[in-house]
Design a protein around this ligand. Structure first.
Ligand SMILES: C[S@@+](CC[C@H](N)C(=O)[O-])C[C@H]1O[C@@H](n2cnc3c(N)ncnc32)[C@H](O)[C@@H]1O
Length: 357
């Protein structure tokens, strides 16, 4: 066989790309360290700081801090002033790296690939055997990282934007209805809604016991435990309370039988009730999903979402890039005649389903 002809320009461009990715992966470890050690927080709003000063302010060893700072400067995560040998976090960098309440705060997101690396042996085994890996079998950084990452997005959008985009739902929430948050994880979405709508009752449901425990703690801390319950339940067996609203936040595609989950929702929905579906943003076709965000979702989907759905029997393994058309088909099969997109962000599709239009 003839050796393939190598185009040097294409080769160099691709190697550069691959090295950039490798550099970013090393940088992710630095982001996690900087966040956990309070280095970014200490730099936020502090102006130019030398390594020794930052080390003193954070109680860290100066030599480590200096090397970390140089890694940050090389990656464009802090500015470096060569004349004064100081480092500075800009207000924009602080929003992404230091402000835990900012919807743009990124450090928690690095816990997810950390868990993916930690669980590599399980994933290798899953590829070879075709068996599933359940959500709860993964390293704990997965559940904590996802919950903390999504919490800030929900804080920014769920009550002010997504719920009002659903037809007539805010009026009902204000009047008082039963609400199910299926696959609620650590319950941040449940708690946010409960805080905003004191006349309604909220029920977080999840098949992962440790997440339910965490969700109960979060509701206690937020002072809404009286109006919020969290129950260990699957998407096809939670109590029928004739819900006015049933939410699926970033979980329908994880389920082994999403049609059964939607069918069950149809059974326990009050007349005129609404299903709110929040899913990862995706187009309907692979060739339209070739973006950096889709790359993250496809990767997480490979090791986490598909693996969980397969662990539940894998009747229909949607993956995290299902797209609106495939999601609509799930709800059509479950008997819903109304399905529409009500909002979107670069990361999410927000969809509404009802039994009658
Ligand atoms: C990606 S997490 C999302 C958690 C939460 N909704 C959020 O947005 O942060 C998916 C959640 O769905 C739950 N889950 C997956 N399959 C489920 C099922 N069949 N029934 C109930 N919960 C399920 C998992 O345990 C996990 O907590």
């Amino acid at each position: 066989m003839n050796a393939p002809v190598i185009d040097q320009t294409k080769l160099e461009a691709f190697v550069t790309r691959a090295v950039d990715d490798l550099s970013a992966a090393y940088g992710g470890v630095m982001v996690s360290l900087g966040s956990k050690l309070g280095l970014y927080k200490a730099m936020a709003g502090a102006g130019p700081l030398g390594a020794a000063e930052l080390a003193t302010r954070t109680g860290c060893a100066e030599r480590y801090v200096r090397e970390w700072l140089n890694a940050q400067a090389a990656g464009g995560y802090v500015g470096y002033h060569a004349v004064s040998d100081t480092y500075e976090l800009s207000p924009e960098q602080a929003l992404v790296l230091a402000d835990e309440d900012s919807p743009l705060f990124i450090p928690h997101a690095w816990q997810v690939p950390a868990s993916m690396w930690f669980d590599e042996a399980r994933t290798l085994e899953a590829f070879r055997t075709g068996q599933g890996v359940a959500w709860g079998e993964h390293d704990g950084r997965l559940q904590c990282g996802v919950a903390a990452l999504y919490r800030n997005g929900y804080r920014a959008s769920l009550v002010p934007e997504w719920l009002p985009a659903l037809e007539g739902v805010v009026d009902k929430l204000e009047a008082g209805i039963e609400v199910a948050d299926v696959g609620c994880g650590h319950g941040h979405s449940t708690v946010l809604m409960a805080k905003a709508f004191p006349r309604s009752r909220f029920h977080g449901l999840d098949g992962h016991a440790a997440s339910i425990d965490e969700a109960r703690c979060n509701a206690d801390a937020a002072g809404v435990s009286e109006r919020v319950s969290f129950e260990l339940a699957r998407a096809t067996d939670y109590p029928d309370r004739q819900y006015g609203l049933i939410c699926f936040f970033d979980c329908l595609h994880d389920m082994g039988d999403p049609v059964a989950a939607a069918r069950y929702a149809a059974r326990v929905l009050a007349p005129g009730g609404t299903v709110m579906l929040v899913e990862p943003f995706a187009q309907d076709r692979v060739e339209h999903n070739l973006s950096p965000i889709a790359r993250m979702y496809y990767a997480a989907s490979t090791t986490i979402c598909c693996a969980h759905a397969i662990s539940e029997g894998g009747t229909l393994v949607l993956g995290a890039q299902a797209g609106e058309e495939r999601l609509a088909e799930v709800f059509r099969q479950a008997g819903f005649s109304h399905f529409r997109r009500v909002a979107e962000t670069p990361f999410n599709l927000i969809l509404e389903a009802r039994l009658v239009g």
